[in-house]
Write a new protein. Sequence first.
Length: 532
Amino acid sequence: MQECKISLESASMCSLLPDNNTHDVWPRFGRGPTVEPEYLLIHHAIEAQAAARPQGIAAHCEGETITYGELNRQANRLATLLRQQGVAPGDHVALFVERSIPMLAGMLAALKVGAAYIPQHVGITPTAQLRHIMDVASTRVVLTLSSLESRIPLTSQQHCICLDEFMEVASTPADDLNVACSLSLTPDRLCFVLFTSGTTGLPNGVRVTHRNVCNILLTAPGNLGMRPGLKVGQILNIAFDMAAWEILGCLAHGATLMIRGKDIAQTAEQCDVLIATPSILGTLDPLRCQQVKVVALAGEPCPQPLADRWSSFCTFYNACGPTETTIVNTMQHYRGAGALTIGKPTPNNTVYVLDEAGQLCQAGEQGEMWAGGDCVTAGYLSNPTLTAERYRPDPFLGQGRMMFRTRDLGRWTANGELEHLGRVDDQVKVRGFRVELDSVSAALESSDRCERAVTLKLDSRHLVAFVYPVTTDIDDARRRCEERLAYYCVPSLILAVEHIPLTSRGKVDKRLLLEWAMTHQVDATTRQGVSA
């Protein structure tokens, strides 16, 4: 097999690797199993469930339910309307809604006509971002709810369809006939476009195909054992890529989607399958969630205490993968013993750990992770420059395949699992030394009372850490850092907090934490001035 080395700065394709022992690392460790998904288009899997179990409950939301048969009929009705209004294969349909049953019909209808839906949670996403998304995606039709219609920033060329009002009209037996797309749909047709949170500027739309989605949702372990009779929580922001894991994964396997209201815990306690970020799972009481059979976490590093607590009574997966690699591309079934890792590549996917010279790392060597295989999405919407920076031809798989630069640091363990060592962006310089923030947090979390820690760079000489719960023994946590890490890695300030603030996507709100740290410093300085 021909292998190349890749400059991580220029990512140019270069000469063959030297003859060392690295050439067998990625074939042995970095290649997931080859598995063919049962369906090539995700809505075909949902239609099959509707045909097999028309009376099965597809979704439950605040006292209301809908069967698979009725969901499919309403989606067929809506798909016919979308086609009449000029929505064609390859178009983008804005899905600007709140969590609801009509939201599901909107998703399914868009897919039936060969369009890609763009989910955004109105009320959470700023109006200016909604306008930006519609401009970039050239959307003409917005699917929304009647209570939200006035908040959609439409132009004269755009219009809304209110899903709840549309679904007030009862379906008929004629609506059982699935709408067939006028063009032959291939697995490389877009399924949805997910826009990043935009915390570093205007959000970028990631183009996700049916091949990408079917590959993770219709194969194990990504299918999470979902099946008829199980309840799957829908607790995440619908604009977050992991929400597609909840929604499409559930419907494709005939389970019942439990769409939450304002109380996440109330819904979670009724579920068999939970998909969440560590920050969200950390807010739930496992003693009240004993019905849960499967948990899958991704989006952030998972604290060891959290994994130990939940894996003691349910099947627990720790997973990893940026939006650009379709929800997750590595998973570990953590059984409560041994090292907590992000596991191995999921089916039909590959991972390459490359050093700074762009060469494959041996087991135990730290490098940057690049992702290949069927998880690699189709690039950014209307942003060819950024696409060219992050997506590159895959010299390992060849045959025109692409790979994606994750900017995650990792290394292979001796048994072929991946240790996540933080983000490239989270490697900071303090007092001239390189520090991995996640390593500091892990040391803090090793203290007996600490369940969660977040470490941030305060300035060029100091780190600040936040530990939860507020009863954490700060002296013991600091001692753990001093025992495990170099002196410059020990936080200058450790604050015990009553809660870790989260963003709308269920991740740690680092910006707010830094504001808290600055406020604490100002308060401390003021107190010193008064006492003096």
